[in-house]
Design a binder for this molecule. Sequence first.
Ligand SMILES: Cc1ncc(C[n+]2csc(CCOP(=O)(O)OP(=O)(O)O)c2C)c(N)n1
Ligand SMILES: [Mg+2]
Length: 312
Amino acid sequence: MLLIRFCEESIAARYHTGKKMRCPTHLCTGQEAVPAAAGQALRSDDFVVSTHRAHGHYLGKGGDLNKMIAEIYGKKSGCSGGWGGSMHLVDRSVGFIGSTAIVAGTIPVGVGLGLSIKLKNTDQISCVFLGDAATEEGVFYESVNFAVLKKLPVLFICENNLYSVYSPLKVRQPEDRSITSMVQGLGCPAINGNGNDAIESYEKILKAVTSIRNGNGPVFLEFATYRWREHCGPDFDNHIGYRTEEEFEAWKMKDPIEAFEQKILLDNIIDKRMIEELKAGTQAKIDNAFKLADLAEFPDFCDQTWFSEVNG
Ligand SMILES: Cc1ncc(C[n+]2csc(CCOP(=O)(O)OP(=O)(O)O)c2C)c(N)n1
Ligand SMILES: [Mg+2]
């Protein structure tokens, strides 16, 4: 969680200087618990597909920090060879099959990966990250239906942060209908949880992973959470008026990292000095990743070999 938080905050702090990051970035500050928990519950050979807000999912899955920052800088050493930028992360070495900017675009890809696992008869899992707005796309229903019908090893993780850009859920979906119940209606086991509670998220994801690995078919998890920064970009946008300062402050009080830190301090799992060391070490790694990205070369955009390399 610290790696994700500090990484996102370091991107935000540097974004406006030097024009080094030329791609749009959708930061997940405030939403770190679910990606971190999923990364802990999944195996490195499990597959993950993700969305436009992909940094946490990639780092959580064991993605390489240096390769991610280099990708955001558009450099050849980036995980997508510098071709993709923030929203198009690919790294087969950690099972991160890809993120895309098209809302719900990776859902059928993740279900297809689930079908490939079933056909190859391995015990991997395909994990599909999606936002609340992706449940409004037609392909979501086709994909869940197919996964249920074929009993595919697919874990759907919906991070419900209440908004699609500036539109709150209540202008997009019937107010009295929960996403979890709607998915249950499609015949898919579905539960919801507090996406700002790292331990609860981990336990729920692990339980789902165990059930899927045991051959019981797909599971859908909906986690309530909240993005702190603007939809796209490094700044804050509460002043626009689509959400209130009070709502934002109330969610900031539910900071997943602060809550986890308090818990492990209280339980004597870690002491304050260890936390400070962890924080300093994490920030140092991130600062170094930015330094490396800055020094790295840009790709030769006439050279297509990266595509053949990444596609095996
Ligand atoms: C098919 C499609 N429609 C619209 C957009 C524009 N768009 C980009 S992100 C976004 C919001 C998605 O919201 P959600 O899935 O809840 O994810 P969040 O941004 O909240 O993490 C929209 C509408 C898009 N990229 N693709
Ligand atoms: Mg959303």
